[in-house]
Design a protein around this ligand. Structure first.
Ligand code: 6GU
Length: 244
C-alpha cells in the first residue's frame, strides 16, 4: 500500500517511522511519504493560509498549494483505481474499525491535514474529480489540526494489512471486531498485591473459560458502551448470552 500525508508540519508525522509501521516500510509492505504543501507556495513568504471570506475567527488554508501537493502525489499513483483522499476534520464521518478495514483494502491513501479553520472547500470539491474524498473525524472533540488524527488512522489501517502484524489471530479477538469490547486479561503472578486472578482461569476447562470470557465481554460492553449493545445483531447472540 502507498500512503501520502500532506501536512505543513511534516515533523508531526515522524513517529510513523517507529515500531510496526516503520518495519512495514523497511519490509516493503508499505510505502509512506510526507509532502509539505508549503513547498508549492510561490510568494516570497510561502503563504499557505489567508483570512476567511465572510469574516470570522482564524485562518483558512489556500487551495492552490494543496492542489499542487495532491497532484504531485497522484501523478504516480500505484493503481488505475482513484486514490482515496482522507480529510481529517471534526466535521467528518466518524472513523471506525469498519472504515479502517475498508481503507486497508485500498492501494493508495492520501491524507490532507488541514490546520486552523480548515482548507478552502473548493480544494475538496476539485479533489473529488481526482480521488474518492472521505472527510473523517476521530470523534466528538476538537484537535488543533489533522496530524494527530492521521497518526491514529494510519496506525489503525496499516495494522490490518496482511504481513504488518506478526500474529493475525490477535486481530480476530480484539475490541470492535465482533461488536463487543475485549475481555480482561491476566498474567503471572496469580496473586499480586493481595489481588488474585479469577479462579475460572485456573480451572483448565476451555469451554467454561470461553463462556466466562464472553460474559465478561457482554458485561463490560453493557457497562461502558450501552450504544454497542443496542447495535448488536440478535442473531449473533446465543442462548447462554441471553441468560446472563
Ligand atoms: Cl480528524 N481533526 C481535527 N482537527 N479534530 C478532530 C478530528 C480530526 N477528530 C476529532 N477531532
Amino acid at each position: 500500500m502507498r500512503i501520502d500525508v500532506l501536512s505543513i508540519f511534516p515533523e508531526y508525522l515522524a513517529p510513523l517511522e517507529l515500531s510496526l509501521i516503520g518495519k512495514a516500510m523497511t519490509d516493503g509492505v508499505l510505502d509512506l511519504s510526507v509532502t509539505d504543501p508549503r513547498t508549492f507556495a510561490t510568494d516570497r513568504h510561502r503563504t499557505v493560509d489567508d483570512t476567511p471570506y465572510g469574516g470570522g475567527a482564524g485562518m483558512v488554508m489556500k487551495p492552490e498549494p494543496w492542489a499542487q501537493a495532491l497532484e504531485s502525489v497522484t501523478a504516480a499513483s500505484p493503481s488505475f483505481r482513484k486514490p482515496v483522499l482522507v480529510v481529517p476534520s471534526p466535521a467528518g464521518e466518524v472513523f471506525t474499525q469498519d472504515v479502517a478495514y475498508e481503507l486497508a483494502d485500498e492501494k493508495h491513501l492520501v491524507f490532507a491535514c488541514g490546520r486552523y479553520e480548515g482548507i478552502d472547500e473548493r480544494f475538496i470539491d476539485w479533489a473529488s474529480e481526482h480521488a474518492v474524498v472521505r472527510p473523517m473525524s476521530l470523534g466528538d472533540y476538537v484537535l488543533n489540526g489533522g496530524e494527530v488524527a492521521v497518526l491514529a488512522m494510519v496506525e489503525a489501517v496499516t495494522r490490518l494489512i496482511p504481513g504488518v502484524i506478526g500474529n493475525p489471530e490477535s486481530l480476530a479477538e480484539e475490541s470492535h471486531t465482533g461488536g463487543l469490547l475485549e475481555y480482561p486479561v491476566y498474567t503471572k503472578p496469580a496473586m499480586w498485591r493481595e489481588r488474585a486472578i479469577p479462579d475460572m482461569l485456573l480451572s483448565g476447562h476451555h469451554g467454561n473459560i470461553a463462556r466466562w470470557r464472553r460474559d465478561q465481554q457482554l458485561h463490560r460492553t453493557a457497562q461502558r458502551r450501552p450504544d454497542m449493545i443496542e447495535q448488536l445483531n440478535p442473531a449473533d447472540l446465543n442462548k447462554a448470552d441471553l441468560a446472563i
